[in-house]
Design a protein around this ligand. Structure first.
Ligand SMILES: NC(=O)c1ccc[n+]([C@@H]2O[C@H](COP(=O)([O-])OP(=O)(O)OC[C@H]3O[C@@H](n4cnc5c(N)ncnc54)[C@H](OP(=O)(O)O)[C@@H]3O)[C@@H](O)[C@H]2O)c1
Length: 306
């Protein structure tokens, strides 16, 4: 099968592309940087040089492909809707990547929420994430236009990717912050919890969705859950640092920006991937993010000597 993929040079996209190629699929991938285009070519991806704002280019490539995976952005609505429009009436798969901060709350790192969402739980969406939620609904509604539209909503992704971008976002950011300051910090007291998913398990979910997800299906992705205090402790342990330091959300926001302080690191986002396990027989293999940090996360050579 020929799969067109946006975000081919990215963490999710590069890993999914590697798995698709390993299964014998042909992958063409959107890349906006000519240097990265050459690099992804070396990994077996046919590069398509362009940006998510090049709507005609996207339309042409999704039509040429047998299926499309949108892994560049959970929020770039015009490109996602243009690709959907180009596929209307085709019956082809369009697999979109969202993110579980869409149900993030405003805990500011100070409490654990007892709300755990599966695909049937009514969504509670904070204003900052309303646009992402609306985009998800528009994509799912494309099932009515004969597009096999699917939304995969990963929780916090961890683990080493297979593409050009090998690191995820959240844990590597906290590790860099801890390395630079010598102290692992958490927003609030870190009692807030996030579900987590290993990148290899997530990539398997994209393949399963390509193979057998029905039109209009939404899937959370997780293989465990941790509090940010547990994640911070694992980072401190691994880097050989002292106790984790609490950080008021407002101070974190002043340094990291509100989105990172309040959503990425200060919220709860507890989800259960009920539907993927039940309907796609998705069977994630990996353990928790905390175990990965403690046992597998790569360190710089000088840190390994500690
Ligand atoms: N990582 C996580 O834990 C996680 C969890 C849930 C949801 N998500 C969401 O999933 C999406 C992808 O995440 P990721 O971790 O794979 O990020 P990533 O490593 O930054 O990959 C995104 C890729 O998309 C490309 N891209 C972004 N905007 C583009 C544009 N306007 N035109 C063309 N290419 C563009 C980037 O190109 P460049 O290389 O040129 O920058 C990058 O290669 C994001 O929206 C993220 O919020 C991520």
């Amino acid at each position: 099968m020929h799969v067109f993929l946006t975000g081919a040079g990215g963490y999710i996209g590069g890993t999914v592309a590697a798995r698709l190629i390993a299964q014998g699929h042909r992958v063409s991938g959107l890349v906006r940087d000519p240097v990265k285009a050459r690099l992804v070519q070396g990994q077996g991806i046919v590069p398509v040089l362009g940006d998510l704002d090049d709507l005609e280019l996207l339309a042409r490539h999704v039509r040429e492909a047998d299926a499309t995976m949108n892994t560049a952005s959970a929020d770039h609505a015009t490109s996602a809707l243009a690709m959907i429009q180009a596929l209307a009436g085709s019956g082809k798969a369009f697999i979109h990547t969202s993110g579980s901060s869409v149900i993030g709350d405003d805990a500011r790192g100070l409490r654990v929420s007892d709300q755990v969402f599966d695909e049937e739980t009514p969504f509670a969406v904070e204003p900052l994430k309303a646009a992402r939620h609306r985009l998800n609904l528009s994509i799912l509604a494309a099932a009515d236009q004969n597009v096999r539209s699917v939304v995969i909503c990963p929780s916090l992704i961890y683990g080493e990717g297979d593409g050009l971008q090998r690191d995820s976002i959240q844990i590597p950011f906290l590790v860099r912050q801890a390395r630079a300051s010598g102290v692992a910090r958490v927003v609030g007291n870190g009692s807030n919890r996030w579900s987590t998913v290993h990148i290899a398990d997530l990539a398997q979910l994209y393949l399963a969705a390509l193979d057998r997800a029905p039109a209009g299906a939404f899937f959370f992705a997780e293989n465990g859950e941790s509090s940010f205090a547990e994640i911070g402790q694992a980072i401190a342990f691994r880097l050989g640092l002292g106790p984790v330091q609490s950080w008021p959300a407002e101070d974190a926001a002043a340094q990291w920006g509100e989105a990172k302080a309040y959503y990425t690191f200060g919220s709860n986002s507890r989800v259960r991937a009920v539907r993927a396990r039940r309907e796609l027989e998705w069977n994630p293999r990996h353990e928790s993010a905390v175990a990965w940090i403690r046992d597998e996360m790569k360190l710089a050579p000088e840190e390994q000597e500690r």
